[in-house]
Design a protein around this ligand. Sequence first.
Ligand code: ATR
Length: 272
Amino acid sequence: TERYAVIGNPVSHSQSPFIHTEFASASACTIRYEKLYAELGQFSVVAGDFFSAGGRGLNVTLPFKGDAFRLADEVSDRARAAEAVNTLSLRDGRLYGDNTDGVGLVRDIVQNLDFSIKGKRVLVLGAGGAVRGVLAPLLAEQPASLMLANRTLIKAEAIAHHFSPWGRVVATGYAELEGQHFDIVINGTSSSLSGELPPIPHGLFSPRALAYDMVYSKGLTPFLQRAQGEYAGMLADGLGMLVEQAAESFDIWHGIRPETRRVTNMLREVLA
Ligand code: ATR
């Protein structure tokens, strides 16, 4: 039985074991998928032990995606762009790092929600690790424009500069968004985790706009409540992204692209 795990701190609430086990049983793979807790500063030791003991792949969650990037012998272009790795694979004694968060977001938007990104005016809120993880795949969809708003402007500016080889990102503060309209607004801040709303001005959403919160939650997050109140055309939380990034990792490991809709629906019920 091939061994896989998700490594994080905390890791107890991770849905990855459930998702990967469901994917495996649907595709007749036999795998064991565990949760692996690592103390801060112990990532490389715990991950190293896992692979030495025969582990085949690791999903990496907070706060270790940067450590995983540095640990990998080789990384994909999208992981290099993110400077973060959420999928580690051991192949022929070498550790290969990839980042599936961005394709997970893009697949959820383009395929599951049937909402094209190409040619759209996109606004991304936040300038932390979550946003870095998704920008390269978003830019690859060729939006008309991609603006990045953050409270701390200098962080947005640093990201815009870093991503210039992948495409144009325009950094902005929140106040400057006043009077502008977007087709897609993605909340990549951690505001929803503390029940807060980023300081966005009213009237950001074009008619038929998609409002996407990368955090998933039972009810609507404050950001999605605002979007609903302003008649955004479509509201989505990050559950679809969570399952799609897992599907991409599953494909990297097993060469099989699993069906995601059923698992997303199951998770939605578990979380309700
Ligand atoms: P993560 O890895 O989840 O992205 P992070 O690196 O700590 O976490 O980044 C958190 C992001 O959420 C930052 O962009 C932060 O804004 P600042 O850089 O200005 O601090 C943003 N954030 C958190 N709470 C917020 C809030 N209530 N309103 C607006 N932005 C918020």
